[in-house]
Every structure is written in C-alpha cells, then in structure tokens.
Design a protein around this ligand. Structure first.
Ligand code: LLP
Length: 425
C-alpha cells in the first residue's frame, strides 16, 4: 500500500482525521500562485494591481492570505463583503462587483468605504451617485463594459458578448451619456473601465480583441467628452488544464495582455492607465483536492462499473453543470496499476450526479479514498445543500501541517433557523 502525498501531507491520513468528503487546500500553493501573478504584472509596468476574485473560493482564512500577499479583493455580494470585513480585510482594497447590487448592498459598501464600485448599468450609476452624495462621500467607479467579444469557453461563463446581462453596452449613445453624467456627479469619481471576457480561458486572444475595442472607445471619449481613463480592469478568466493538455503559460498570457494594452495606448496617444486583473480560478483551482470515501461498487455487466462516493454534485456541481472534466487518484493505493475503467458517481438522487466518467484506476473497493484533483475553485463556493448533504469541512495545509478552516456542517446546522409553526400538528 502506498498513500498519496499532496503538498507534504498524506491525504489518506487527512481523510481519517477529518472525515470525508473533505476539501483540502494548500496555503503554500495559493500564496505562490498569488506571488507569481504579482511578479508577472509588475514586470515592465509599475502601475498594476492584482485582485483575487473571491467567488472562486472565499472564507475568512482565504481573505487573510489575500491581504497578507498584498492583493485586492473582488466581491460580488454583501455576503462576500461581510466575510472580508469580518476577517479584517481593508475595505479600501475591495472592488465591489455585480449586475444587480441592491440599495442595501450599496449602503453597506458606502458605509464601510469599499475602494471601487464596478458599476454595471446606468441605473446603478444614478443610484450610487445619489446615495454617495447623500452621505457626503465620493464613490470611486469603474464602468463594466460589454466589449462584444467571445472567449472560447462554455457559454454559461462567457461574459463579454453583446447580448449579455453583464456590463454597459457599447451600442448607441448610452455609454457616452453615462460617462458625461458620471463626470458631472459630485458623488462619483469615474476612474475608468472594466471588462471580464469569460472564465476558464486557455488563451488571451479575446482579451487582446477587447483591448482594441477599448482603445477606440477611449479615443472617442477623450475627443468627445474629454474623459481620460486612469484605470483599466481586464477581469479574470485564466484557465487551468485539469490534465487535458498543457497548463497556461501565465507569464506569456499576462505579458501579452500588458504589451497589447501598452501598444493600444501608444498607437492612439493615450496615457497608459493603471492595469488591474482579477483572477480566481487560476489562484485556487490547482491548490485544492477533494477527498471522498468509496462506498458501493456496482458493475453493470458489459456496460459500466459505477463507483459511488460519499459526495458528488452537492460539493462539486461543475461536472453536471458545465460538463467539466476532472482527474482523480486512488489515494490509498498509489503503487497499484490501473486495471479497470470506472465511473465515479456521487450520492445525490440524480442520474446526472457523475463526478468523473470513464477513468482508469486500480479497481476501487469500499473504504478506498478517491482524491479528485484541482477542485480548489468553484467547488466549495458553489456547494449546495441538495439532498440535505452536509457541506464538507475545509482543511488548509501549510508546510505539511493541516488546520481546519471550515467545520463540516452538523446535522443540527441543517435545521438551524427552521421553525415549526405552533399551529402545525
Ligand atoms: N471577474 C469577474 C467580473 C467575474 O465575473 C469572474 C468570474 C472573475 C473575475 C473570476 O474569473 P476566474 O479567474 O475565476 O475565471 N462557476 C463557474 C465560473 C463562473 C465565473 C464567473 N465570473 C465555473 O465553475 O466554472
């Protein structure tokens, strides 16, 4: 028998110590990925900023890592904002996103003093201006734009095409009107623009196209309304390979974006704005694995063997939602040859709850441990309570030491907040 060692920890030992299903995250990996991005952006350009997109994975411990590595934080909801504030994250390093921020959300953000509002519509701009003025504050704003480009990715996570719920459209005169109005609004300080092409992009082509579109727009706005862009946020989206081909060369990917931004500005005699990126997946995706225990192994003769594990679509909805492909290992029998092709199924009451189809493994049996790789992004954060499965614990490994950063839900947590009306017999 030989056990899988991941980031200095025997994962089989972690499974028996903390139980399964278990999300395991590596602090060393998360920190080194954040540093790499900062280095890439700082190279050849001293006016850049890296943010972490909290939607990929957010807990208070994660906020601390983001803070201590000197990154900013992208939040999209009052819940994410609260998590960050509760962890002591400085509000001025927070960018507040979202296509439908409520008045309550904006009030919360204004009261704590978030650093940037990424405004998604004219309606939000007007509301934010009024609310800021009534508090005697000035909100620093980027307008999110839909530059009309498409990245190569699943259609659910393309976000910069023209017919899209996100961003202000470039069609018609609306944007020009908004820029003029924001410039005249004493409650707003319009710094520039934001776009997010999409997520899980293995190449930077669509960003480069979007930068060209933005370059032309910047010229128009400079000439027609005298607006100069001081900050440009090109979103997140850097993909990870999940073992399907090479990983993104992040230095070349970001280097290309920086170079194009410079070229676009130089060619149009525009001052180069501060450049911001906000990746989520690339930072945390490969920094996480999920451990499961094998239960039932069912062979349908001549067709398929289903290996059922004690988690599934409730802790990782990505295979059923996007057809995402994951890799896994039989973590307690790493020395054995793969002698079978099996399908790893979850325990939810849906046939679509399949984690991995047709994977070669040593034939799994009850109580084996399966480690699904690269689950650090959009797994914990998209977990549901379907079938009343308890959300797994999260363990953070640093230098081979494991600490629990999110406790497993208890059965009582599941009914917490529920009320049985007195008249209900
Ligand atoms: N910035 C904005 C405005 C975004 O909407 C997103 C992701 C990001 C940054 C971070 O993107 P990343 O670097 O993580 O690709 N649930 C989907 C992903 C949805 C992404 C939504 N927006 C999934 O599991 O693939």
């Amino acid at each position: 028998m030989s056990n899988m060692v991941w980031n200095g920890c025997d994962v089989v030992e972690l499974a028996s110590r903390f139980g399964t299903p278990l999300y395991v995250m590596s602090e060393n990996e998360i920190r080194s990925r954040m540093r790499r991005l900062k280095d890439c952006m700082a190279k050849g350009n001293d006016n850049t900023q890296v943010l972490y997109a909290g939607k990929a994975f957010l807990t208070m411990a994660m906020c601390r890592m983001v803070q201590s590595e000197g990154l900013g934080l992208d939040v999209v909801s009052p819940g994410e904002l609260h998590t960050a504030l509760k962890a002591g994250f400085p509000a001025e390093r927070i960018y507040f996103h979202g296509n439908n921020k409520t008045e309550e959300d904006l009030a919360m953000a204004l009261d704590c003093g978030v650093g940037r509002y990424v405004v998604d519509s004219e309606d939000e701009m007007v509301l934010l201006g009024e609310m800021a003025r009534s508090r005697g504050k000035v909100a620093s704003v980027l307008f999110r734009l839909a530059p009309g480009v498409s990245g190569d990715t699943h259609r659910y996570i393309q976000t910069a095409h023209t017919d899209c719920k996100f961003g202000m459209p470039l069609l018609g005169q609306g944007l020009r009107r908004c820029v003029s109005a924001a410039m005249a609004d004493s409650g707003l300080d319009l710094l520039g623009f934001h776009f997010h092409v999409g997520s899980q992009l293995m190449e930077n082509r669509a960003y480069l196209e979007a930068l060209e579109v933005l370059g032309d727009l910047m010229v128009t706005l400079r000439d027609e309304v005298g607006f100069e862009v001081r900050e440009l946020n090109v979103g997140g989206g850097i993909g990870i390979s999940h073992g399907q081909g090479p990983e993104v060369d992040v230095e070349a990917y970001l280097g290309g974006i920086l170079e194009r931004a410079k070229g676009v500005c130089e060619a149009r005699s525009l001052a180069l704005p501060r450049l911001v990126i906000e990746p989520g997946r690339w930072i945390v995706g490969p920094a996480g694995v999920t451990l499961y225990s094998v239960g039932t192994v069912k062979e349908i003769p001549g067709i398929r063997t289903y290996v059922s594990v004690d988690g599934g679509m409730a802790d990782n909805p990505r295979p059923s939602l996007y057809g995402a492909v994951y890799r896994c290992e039989l973590a307690n029998r790493m020395d054995e040859e793969a002698d079978s092709v099996v399908t790893v199924a979850g325990r939810c009451c849906e046939s679509g709850d399949i984690l991995i189809k047709d994977v070669s493994l040593p034939k799994p049996k009850r109580n084996d441990i399966i480690a699904v790789m690269d689950t650090g992004a959009y797994n914990f954060s998209m977990a549901s309570g379907y079938n009343r499965l308890r959300r797994p614990a999260v363990v953070l490994i640093k230098d081979g030491q494991a600490r629990c950063i999110v406790q497993r839900q208890s059965f009582d947590d599941l009914v917490q907040g529920e009320v049985i009306p007195e008249d209900l017999v």
